[in-house]
Design a protein around this ligand. Structure first.
Ligand code: MG
Ligand code: ZN
Length: 359
């Protein structure tokens, strides 16, 4: 009898160690890079894929999911409520930035990362105070309170941000110069991503435009992929890891304009930023890369096309956002969590689990 129990015991240990090996595949990442294509639905991606000269970096992902985008008060979300869901794990009313309907703050993944002594960064092709990046660092009942949102950058010890929107830091109703305030908090202020030396230690505010950055077709160049590359280099100095959010803001604006060339040029640029994140993650082995959207814009469909001629016939059904699910792509340790269909708020929950952060 004792022998049988011993054999059973050994067997059970063997089986559970097999389970352990399996669960080891869901390792925790040291770093998370979250890339958000604002307004990027499946059709926007396939439109760019159809006309691109080379395969998209997005085609390399093996773990795919979808999230449901509706907000607390509307089937069709805006970028404030959409950003809040991704950044805090809470659905809120359209127009709100990481607060509930009474104005109470929700803590963001970036703020958690700061608490756990990780390095943090935000990169955007819009003003850095615009709804999507704002959702990760600011708290306001209106996404349009840009001056308050700029002020919120001083309340969090974010290590680096790169984007437009300098105007909301210097041309203010309260006459404050927030660049001075940032300098007092030991930020180096830089006026272009080319002039940003990511080898240096320190905290950086990189203002790439006074308002929004120009669109791709109007000379933005490689601002987004270069910013992504440099942000990773700067943040990777922390042994505890980093959280970086990168936004391709203007895929959404192409959708609002019902301008397919605007959509695809912005999407291909965003995909180049995804390629930078993936290249680092492949080399590093400890980085989880997540690519998703806050919502789809334009109700875009493709009614005809030619893959050889790289032509598409695009039709938009609205100049606003639509209510459809949007895709999620994940690579790296913890990526498997992102397969399936779930709520936009679960993107936050899954990132928290991946980092091993307790609320
Ligand atoms: Mg946005
Ligand atoms: Zn929009």
């Amino acid at each position: 009898m004792k022998k049988i129990i011993l054999v059973l015991f050994v067997f059970v240990v063997f089986i559970s160690s097999c389970d352990l090996n399996k669960s080891n595949e869901v390792r925790n990442p040291k770093n998370i890079i979250l890339l958000i294509g604002d307004g990027m639905g499946v059709t926007q991606i396939y439109a760019a894929m159809s006309i691109s000269e080379k395969p998209l970096a997005l085609e390399n992902f093996k773990v795919l999911g979808y999230h449901k985008t509706y907000s607390a008060n509307n089937y069709v979300t805006d970028s404030g409520a959409g950003g809040t869901a991704l950044a805090t794990g809470n659905k809120t009313n359209n127009g709100h930035i990481s607060v509930d309907s009474s104005g109470k703050s929700f803590k963001t993944i970036l703020e958690y990362a700061e608490d756990f002594q990780l390095s943090t960064g935000l990169v955007s092709t819009s003003a850095i105070t615009h709804a999507t990046p704002a959702s990760f660092i600011a708290h306001d009942t209106s996404r349009y309170n840009y001056e308050n949102i700029a002020m919120d950058f001083l309340n969090v010890d974010i290590d680096l941000f790169i984007g437009g929107g300098k105007k909301h830091f210097v041309e203010r109703e309260d006459k404050l110069n927030l660049l001075d305030s940032l300098r007092n908090k030991h930020y180096t202020i830089i006026d272009s991503v080319e002039n940003f030396n990511s080898e240096l230690e320190g905290k950086f505010a990189v203002f790439t435009a006074y308002g929004h950055n120009p669109e791709m077709s109007n000379g933005r160049g490689d601002m987004l992929p270069l910013s992504t590359k440099k942000a990773i280099k700067a943040l990777d100095k922390n042994d505890k890891g980093f959280f970086l959010m990168v936004e391709g803001s203007q895929i959404d604006w192409g959708g609002h304009d019902n301008d397919i060339d605007y959509v695809t040029s912005e999407l291909i640029d965003f995909d180049n930023a995804v390629a930078e994140a993936l290249a680092f993650a492949e080399m590093d082995g400890e980085t989880l890369v997540i690519v998703t959207a806050d919502h789809e814009t334009g109700g875009l469909t493709l009614t005809d096309g030619n893959v050889n001629k790289k032509e598409i016939k695009a039709e938009f059904s609205t100049d606003h956002h639509s209510g459809v699910m949007v895709p999620v792509f994940a690579y790296g340790p913890g990526a498997d969590r992102f397969a399936g269909i779930y709520q936009n708020t679960d993107v936050f929950n899954k990132m928290m689990q991946a980092f091993g952060f307790e609320k």
